[in-house]
Ligand binder design. Structure first.
Ligand SMILES: Nc1ncnc2c1ncn2[C@@H]1O[C@H](COP(=O)(O)OP(=O)(O)O)[C@@H](O)[C@H]1O
Ligand SMILES: [Mg+2]
Length: 268
């Protein structure tokens, strides 16, 4: 879907914020970008969306070089959720907010209204609410709605669950999963390894501006060297399965662990 070919970028003359990044974002998957604070995750997500352009190297969208594509062209195909939802919200009601976002991507008025109704229902939003008086979790849902109301092929989410409680988090992520099952490719920056474990198929691991590993979530979380290099801890259930060792190594959820323990107990 997206391919980075030896991409480097710096915010100033000193350069080097992210360096020599190459990867392919798999279509129809949920890919998590993980790494410590300042590793360059948000920078990579902005490069993916074309909001900033590489200092060197190239980014391709479906094998088309993004250098030749305008930000507005990219907006129709790529939805983006900023790390802070308030950066995304500027209107007085939820409906105005959605229509504002749609005017750049869906020209037809009837289609705009239909897109609006669909996303309002899916995310349980009241169109007449003032976004700024909503809770952090509700504002996050509004920002999420504006990011994907026009049904982009690719949705990039920068920390979609930060600041949310467990229920809000599950609601947002289950919605992301339902979009993904309907064909949307998803890339998400996430620092909660439990969420990555539960929702991501693939993982890109960043450390100090470099991509240090990529692969399936199961494989990356079982590689202590990579996690240590990126200053990350594995999800609890994976950690436990690795500590228990033989017979438990491949367990990645609570049900699997319960069954394995019950099975061993029965044998004993
Ligand atoms: N707008 C900016 N101007 C200058 N430096 C920035 C800017 N945004 C981020 N940086 C710096 O770039 C590095 C990578 O930041 P970022 O991509 O936001 O990391 P992450 O999302 O992994 O925490 C950090 O050192 C950060 O301070
Ligand atoms: Mg960030």
């Amino acid at each position: 879907m997206i391919r980075f070919d030896d991409v480097s970028f710096g915010y100033n003359d000193k350069g080097g914020t992210v360096q020599h990044i190459s990867f392919t974002l798999k279509k129809a998957c949920i890919t998590a970008i993980i790494g410590a604070n300042g590793a360059g995750k948000s920078t990579v997500s902005k490069l993916m969306r074309g909001l900033i352009r590489p200092s060197s190297g190239r980014v391709f969208l479906e094998e088309q070089d993004m250098a030749g594509m305008k930000v507005s062209q990219l907006a129709a195909r790529i939805g983006f959720l900023f790390q802070n939802p308030d950066r995304q919200i500027c209107k007085n009601t939820v409906r105005e907010e959605l229509l504002f976002s749609l005017q750049f991507t869906v020209p037809d008025r009837d289609r705009q209204a239909a897109c609006c109704e669909e996303v309002l229902a899916a995310l349980c939003l009241n169109p007449d609410d003032d976004p700024m008086v909503l809770s952090r979790g509700e504002r996050q849902r509004v920002a999420m709605a504006t990011a994907m109301v026009h049904k982009p092929e690719l949705l990039i989410l920068d920390e979609p669950t930060t600041g949310l409680d467990y229920r809000e988090c599950t609601e947002i992520m289950d919605y992301v999963r339902s979009l993904n099952r309907n064909g949307t490719t998803v890339a998400m920056v996430c620092h909660d390894m439990e969420i990555v474990q539960d929702y991501a198929d693939e993982v890109l691991v960043m450390s100090a501006g470099r991509l240090i590993a990529s692969g399936s979530t199961a494989a990356v979380f079982r590689n202590r060297e990579i996690l240590d290099a990126a200053s990350l801890l594995p999800p609890q259930i994976v950690d436990l399965s690795l500590r228990l060792g033989e017979g438990y190594e491949n367990i990645s959820d609570v049900d699997g662990m319960a069954k394995a323990i019950a099975g061993k107990g029965a044998k004993a």
